[in-house]
Write a protein that binds this ligand. Structure first.
Ligand SMILES: *Cc1c(COP(=O)(O)O)cnc(C)c1O
Length: 366
């Protein structure tokens, strides 16, 4: 049934939301069953068997008939310790950092508000702006995907954004923005600057140390890319006053008991995840070097667990890779010839055998 057939939807759901497409509607597990999954920036490694056994044992103590601890006391303390987070900073936990982005949009958005972000970037910033009736303006990155500082500062002065989203490193381009550009944006912004450090583990740079000097800067982190995507746990680090405001609109039990226990457990064995992250970074270097040697292909440097690359015909290569048993991400926009991601594909770094499978297939196809 289309919206046109349902006058109640047409009357009450905003035109902006009706025009949206749901994020990743395709259930990859069904539609792409059996393919090597290099599309979603997941950590390809399983936890060691002995750790998994201890984790399952710990799960047996969970009382599912009871509500979770709304303050997530154990988990928050463990996170603070793992991230060496100063007590002066506040912490808000979310069901993935996606949920924290939603809370920010609810807190700061609305009909007469504007959010901006350099684009192309993580699509949730725009999706959540639309969902909350907030105007979203994307400020194009330069052709090499670096930050256009002048364009950003002009947009800030003209649009007075309530919130600026900076994914750093950026998804899907993989690069860091220049620190001087970020600093200039923070100085000029009349509202909040959210620095989304989803890929912090793979690059290591952070603005957390600047939080003490800038009351309106927030940092987002997630455990998804490091190995716990299925758990859904993100965190927002900010001045405690901002956290107090966010806590008012956070659902009290957004972090379920299984997530609280499991994340606390695995964070206490964080060295295991760090070791896996190092392997992923080594493989990233190997894959990057091998792809640079391929003809008719441009691969972009990356500080994340994925590589962005441009080919002559992204649709063809995306489809061909599937016949070789591989699922990556096709970023080529169908009807926008001058889009910065024209003929771009994104591959997540897998295990060495998975990466070899990808490289062999790519060499055959390109
Ligand atoms: C993956 C990603 C997120 C979302 O992470 P979750 O914690 O899994 O919701 C947020 N921001 C960026 C830039 C990402 O790439």
């Amino acid at each position: 049934m289309t919206t046109a057939n349902n006058p109640t939807i047409a009357r009450w759901v905003s035109p902006a939301v009706r025009a949206m497409h749901a994020y990743q509607r395709q259930p990859t597990t069904v539609a792409y069953a059996g393919l090597t999954k290099l599309d979603a920036m997941e950590n390809p490694y399983a936890m060691p068997a002995e750790l998994q056994r201890q984790w399952r044992e710990a799960l047996q103590t969970v009382a599912l008939n009871r509500y979770p601890d709304p303050s997530c006391a154990d988990l928050a303390a463990t996170l603070r310790q793992t991230c060496a987070l100063a007590d002066a900073y506040g912490l808000v936990l979310g069901n993935g950092s996606d949920e924290l982005l939603l809370l920010l949009a609810l807190l700061l958005g609305g009909r007469d508000r504007t959010f901006i972000a350099p684009t192309p970037t993580f699509v949730m910033y725009q999706q959540l702006s639309i969902a909350t009736g907030t105007r979203f303006v994307g400020i194009p990155l330069r052709a090499d995907f670096s930050l256009d500082e002048t364009a950003m500062l002009t947009a800030i002065d003209e649009l007075e954004p309530a919130c600026i989203f900076l994914a750093n490193p950026n998804n899907p381009t993989g690069n860091y923005f220049a620190a001087a550009g970020i600093a200039a944006i923070i100085e000029r912004a009349p509202g909040v600057v959210v620095v989304d450090e989803a890929y912090f583990a793979f690059g290591g740079r952070t603005v957390v140390d600047d939080l003490a000097r800038h009351a309106n800067v927030m940092v987002l982190r997630t455990l998804s890319k490091e190995g716990l995507a299925g758990l859904r746990l993100g965190m927002l680090i900010a001045h405690p006053d901002w956290c107090d405001e966010l806590e008012k609109i956070r659902l009290p039990y957004n972090i379920n008991t299984l997530t609280q226990l499991s994340a606390t457990f695995y964070l206490r064995h964080y060295a295991v995840m760090q070791q896996q992250v190092r392997q992923i970074c080594d493989e990233r270097a190997r894959l990057y070097a091998a792809m640079r040697a391929l003809p008719d292909l441009t691969v972009y440097p990356s500080e994340t667990n994925f590589l962005l690359f441009r080919v002559a015909n992204a649709d063809r290569i995306f489809t061909k890779l599937q016949t070789h048993g591989l699922l990556i991400k096709n970023l080529h926009p169908p009807n926008e010839p001058n889009h910065p991601l024209t003929n771009c594909l994104r591959v997540t770094i897998g295990t060495p055998p998975e990466n070899n499978q990808f490289l062999t297939a790519l060499m055959t196809i390109v």
